[in-house]
Design a protein around this ligand. Structure first.
Ligand code: ZN
Length: 237
C-alpha cells in the first residue's frame, strides 16, 4: 500500500509536469500571430517639395490622395491599422519620416511615389525593396550579429511584401508591372521592419497620367494596396 501510494504520487506529479509543459508556449517556433498590425504609409514629398509635376499631376497631391484613400479602405479590414507620415500638404524631411516609423511602432512601411523620366515611353508601376547590400549605421551598443539577423529578416519580409503588393496591383494595371527592384531606400535605412517604395505610375506618360488622376483608379489602387497588405500579414510567421 505504502509503495502503491508512492507510485501514484510520482505518477501524478509526472502527469502534472507534462500538463504544465504543454501550457508553456512553444519557444523558438516563430513569433506568435499578432491581433493587429500597423502600417505606416508615407505619401512622399509635400509642402515645399512638390515632387514630380507634369501637366495637372502633382506628385505630392497624388501620393497624399492615395494615402488617405488607403487609410479609408483599410478600415474595412479588421486588425489592419494604417497611419500616415503626413495627412496634409506639409514639408517633411526623410529623418522625420524615419522617426515616425519608430515612434508609431509600425510593422511595415510603404512609401508612395509617382515616377518620371526613363524616356517618354516609360509607363507602369514599380515596386522597390531595400537592397541587400544596403548599409545600416551601427549604433555600437548592441551586437552587430543580432542587428544583421534582424535586418536580413526584414529584408526577406520586404521581398515577400513586395510580391503581395505586386500581385494586388496587377489586378488594377494588368501587365503594367516593371518588376520588383532592389535599391537603397533612405527612408528604410536603419529600420528593421519590412518596407517598400511603390512608384505607382509615370507622370510623364499621358496614359498613366490620365489614369492616375482619375478618382476611380486611385480608389482601385488604394484597394489593391490594402489587399496586398492584408495578404502579407495573413501569412506572417
Ligand atoms: Zn517621388
Amino acid at each position: 500500500m505504502e509503495l502503491m501510494n508512492g507510485w501514484r504520487m510520482k505518477y501524478g506529479v509526472f502527469t502534472l509536469a507534462v500538463f504544465l509543459f504543454c501550457l508553456i508556449p512553444m519557444a523558438g517556433s516563430g513569433a506568435p500571430q499578432q491581433d493587429s498590425y500597423t502600417v505606416l504609409l508615407d505619401p512622399a514629398h509635400g509642402g515645399d517639395d512638390p515632387g514630380v509635376t507634369s501637366d495637372k499631376l502633382r506628385e505630392k497631391e497624388l501620393t497624399l490622395n492615395l494615402a488617405l484613400l488607403v487609410r479609408e479602405e483599410a478600415q474595412k479590414i479588421p486588425g489592419l491599422q494604417v497611419k500616415l507620415t503626413r495627412s496634409t500638404d506639409r514639408t517633411l524631411s526623410i529623418a522625420e519620416r524615419v522617426k515616425a516609423a519608430g515612434t508609431m511602432k509600425a510593422d511595415a512601411l510603404l512609401s508612395l511615389h509617382v515616377n518620371a523620366g526613363f524616356g517618354k515611353k516609360a509607363s507602369g508601376y514599380e515596386v522597390y525593396f531595400p537592397g541587400f547590400r544596403q548599409s545600416v549605421p551601427s549604433g555600437g551598443d548592441s551586437s552587430p550579429i543580432i542587428k544583421d539577423m534582424a535586418r536580413n529578416t526584414s529584408l526577406n519580409d520586404s521581398v515577400r511584401l513586395a510580391q503581395r503588393i505586386q500581385s494586388a496591383l496587377e489586378t488594377v494595371f494588368p501587365r503594367k508591372g516593371r518588376g520588383l527592384r532592389d535599391a537603397p531606400i533612405p527612408i528604410l535605412d536603419g529600420l528593421t521592419i519590412p518596407g517598400l517604395v511603390v512608384e505607382i505610375g509615370f507622370a510623364t506618360d499621358p496614359d498613366d497620367r490620365k489614369r492616375l488622376t482619375a478618382e476611380q483608379t486611385q480608389r482601385a489602387v488604394a484597394r489593391a494596396l490594402v489587399t496586398g497588405l492584408r495578404d502579407y500579414f495573413r501569412k506572417a510567421p
